[in-house]
Design a protein around this ligand. Structure first.
Ligand SMILES: [Zn+2]
Length: 164
């Protein structure tokens, strides 16, 4: 089994559960590891560092644009999920937004420390002042009716049937 580890793995992991398996990560994750503990864990696990191919990054971005997750997912988050698709691995992350986009993309995922979403969610773009709703691919951040800044809110949740 292949695993793609995000930054939270090296920060939150207490045991070395992933030592014996095929572990991968992206250059973006490596850049995020700053403290001694996460760097030490990284050296022990010694994952293969791989940049996901562009077409897989695009798949993730396209989906995130629809679900409204695009502006909460960092470049690092997107790289981890994209690599997960490319190598058909399990994405390991404690980040709820990563878990959610994996769920949407039907990618197998796992939490590091047991922190995980029970429901997948969708975000909606809306105007706080006049209440107008916008589709998530609406590019501007201003309401075209009243000019106020747009916000995101969670609108739909779906229960996840996940085996423990
Ligand atoms: Zn408005």
């Amino acid at each position: 089994m292949k695993y793609v580890l995000d930054s939270s793995c090296f920060i939150n992991m207490s045991s070395l559960d992933f030592e014996e398996c095929e572990a991968y990560t992206t250059p973006e994750v490596v850049k995020e590891l700053k403290d001694f503990k996460s760097k030490a864990l990284f050296n022990i696990i010694n994952p293969e560092i791989r940049e996901p191919r562009k077409e897989y990054v695009e798949i993730v971005k396209k989906k995130a644009r629809i679900t409204g997750d695009l502006n909460v997912l960092s470049k690092t988050d997107i790289s981890v999920v994209a690599l997960g698709i490319e190598i058909e691995g399990v994405v390991v992350s404690d980040d709820f937004d990563i878990q959610n986009i994996c769920e949407e993309l039907r990618i197998d995922w796992q939490s590091v420390s047991g922190m995980k979403i029970k429901k997948s969610f969708k975000r909606e773009k809306y105007c706080q002042a006049c209440g107008k709703k916008f589709s998530n691919d609406y590019v501007l951040n201003k309401c075209n009716v009243c000019g106020h800044k747009l916000k995101h809110r969670v609108v739909k949740t779906k229960k996840i049937n996940k085996k423990e």
